[in-house]
Design a protein around this ligand. Structure first.
Ligand SMILES: O=C(O)[C@H](O)[C@@H](O)[C@H](O)[C@H](O)COP(=O)(O)O
Length: 242
């Protein structure tokens, strides 16, 4: 499903409403809400909205569990950290227990921590395949999502749920949920806006199947649904506009 908005404010409000509704339904059905946050700049408005009383007071934070879809392998105090951004815009401002928040970073090596995070996920899901109630994602102007970047070997992963690898172009380690893990989600929401994303969004949604070049194409939920929240600029090359 693709929803096109004429402003990022409207797009972020729609994302906040989906977050609240999904959280309430998950807690009603299963007693808890497990969500993976995205990094980058696209979700910042959403996180700030969720920290405002209007939305904050509708989320069952005491039954909410926060993971991440990916992370840059930098300290949590580093401005490039996805977790730092989420704490500053959202998590420091809502009544959620620190024991319910699982930053995707540790003192171990990135490869060792990927194994630790994977075990943490499996424990959270009782040893079964992790199935998030909601995964928030962004998309880069090259069509990457989470830290699934074009042409990287992590795109071929079929078993592991979490992988860490050195991303040459950015000269940094990245750690990410893999495609097999993302596709198990019950609901995936992409937030993508800006003219710079238009070509990649067209290629991902309407172009040839080419997930190595456009990794966002890998995110096809097995059981769940994908909702693309986009603005008019990003949707400018699409024929089908929701
Ligand atoms: O760690 C990250 O950078 C994100 O997880 C990444 O996948 C992001 O969602 C896209 O790069 C889009 O980034 P923007 O929202 O800043 O355009």
């Amino acid at each position: 499903m693709i929803k096109v908005f004429n402003s990022t404010a409207q797009l972020s409000r729609a994302a906040a409403e989906i977050f609240v509704q999904t959280a309430q339904e998950a807690v009603q059905e299963n007693g808890r809400f497990t969500v993976a946050l995205t990094g980058g700049s696209s979700p910042e408005q959403l996180y700030k909205l969720l920290a405002q009383p209007l939305y904050r007071d509708m989320v069952p934070w005491e039954h909410t569990f926060i993971f991440w879809g990916d992370e840059r392998w930098v300290k949590l105090t580093d401005d490039r950290s996805n977790a730092k951004m989420a704490f500053e815009t959202l998590l420091h401002h809502v009544p959620i227990s620190k024991s319910h928040i699982f930053p995707m970073w540790g003192e171990e090596s990135p490869e060792d921590f990927a194994l630790i995070y994977e075990k943490r996920l499996l424990n959270h899901f009782g040893g079964a395949t992790p199935q998030f109630d909601l995964i928030l994602l962004g998309m880069g102007d090259d069509g990457h999502t989470a830290s699934l970047f074009p042409g990287t070997s992590v795109l071929q992963e079929t078993e592991r749920c979490v992988q860490a690898y050195y991303l040459e172009p950015q000269s940094m380690y990245r750690i990410t949920l893999t495609a097999p893990c993302l596709t198990q989600a019950k609901k995936i929401v992409f937030m993508t806006y800006g003219e710079k994303k238009a070509k990649a969004l067209y290629e991902v949604l309407e172009g040839e199947q080419n997930p190595t070049q456009y990794p966002s194409q890998l995110v096809q939920p097995v059981h769940g649904e994908t909702i693309w929240l986009v603005d008019e600029a990003a949707a400018s090359k699409l024929s089908q506009k929701g």
